[in-house]
Design a protein around this ligand. Structure first.
Ligand code: ADP
Ligand code: 5GP
Length: 202
């Protein structure tokens, strides 16, 4: 098990800063594999297919579920979101750590399968700032915004399932903290059995 990669899941309520932080961590830790989720929702202005999400139709998503191609999926705000099974398997088989952004239910499904994974919950410094940031992002109609704000309590209620919690106040600090958590996970003793065995064989 020495060189096997592990999963690093980032969750948090809408507006917590997951996309912003994921983009920075991906740029600053290029060795990390990243799972681009599938979704049936429409792209927001500026979102790029294949980078932010794989944008697919309901029919295509349903076909993939039926074919067993989804490691986990959830319906959120009337759209399906999910992670490809193949992406997880390939990354871990190649010994890469895999970074993913899922909602709390997706994370729960993954934790059953990867109990040794790293599960990071992200929160802004206060509910007020969360709402300001979500409104400031300017991507949502009022109805969608309300839906997202209504979901905050539900998501935060599941924060106890996570191994780490990061407060996204100053962005640079939050990015550094997520990177530090990933680095610390790589230093877990059980990931270095091969090196230890070499020394024990002296
Ligand atoms: P999520 O992906 O969790 O829904 P986003 O990454 O889209 O959240 O962030 C929501 C909004 O808050 C965006 O407009 C983003 O630019 C802004 N934002 C994220 N982190 C910070 C921060 N530390 N300080 C100020 N604004 C931030
Ligand atoms: P948004 O529409 O704001 O990009 O994302 C809405 C929600 O979908 C967020 O809570 C986000 O974490 C979640 N999400 C994004 N990708 C996935 C995924 O692959 N699986 C699951 N279960 N949730 C996801």
């Amino acid at each position: 098990m020495s060189n096997q990669g592990q999963i690093i899941v980032l969750s948090g309520p809408p507006g917590a800063g997951k996309s912003t932080i994921a983009e920075r961590v991906r740029a600053e830790m290029p060795e990390l594999a990243y799972s681009v989720s599938l979704t049936t929702r429409d792209p927001r202005p500026g979102e790029v297919d294949g980078k932010d999400y794989h944008f697919v139709s309901q029919e295509e998503f349903q076909r993939r579920i039926a074919a067993g191609e989804m490691a986990e999926y959830e319906e959120i705000f009337g759209n399906l979101y999910g992670t490809s099974e193949k992406v997880i398997r390939q990354a871990l088989a190649q010994g890469h750590d895999l970074f993913l952004d899922t909602d709390v239910n997706g994370a729960e499904q993954l934790k059953k399968r990867f109990p040794e994974g790293v599960f990071v919950f992200l929160l802004p410094p206060s509910p007020k700032i969360l709402e300001e940031r979500l409104r400031g992002r300017g991507t949502e109609e009022e109805d969608n915004l309300r839906q997202r704000l209504d979901r905050v309590r539900y998501e935060v209620g599941k924060a106890g399932n996570y191994t780490h919690l990061v407060v996204n106040d100053d962005l640079d600090k939050a990015v550094d903290e997520v990177k530090a958590i990933i680095t610390a996970a790589r230093r877990r003793t059980e990931r270095h059995q091969q090196l230890l065995a070499e020394f024990l064989a002296l």
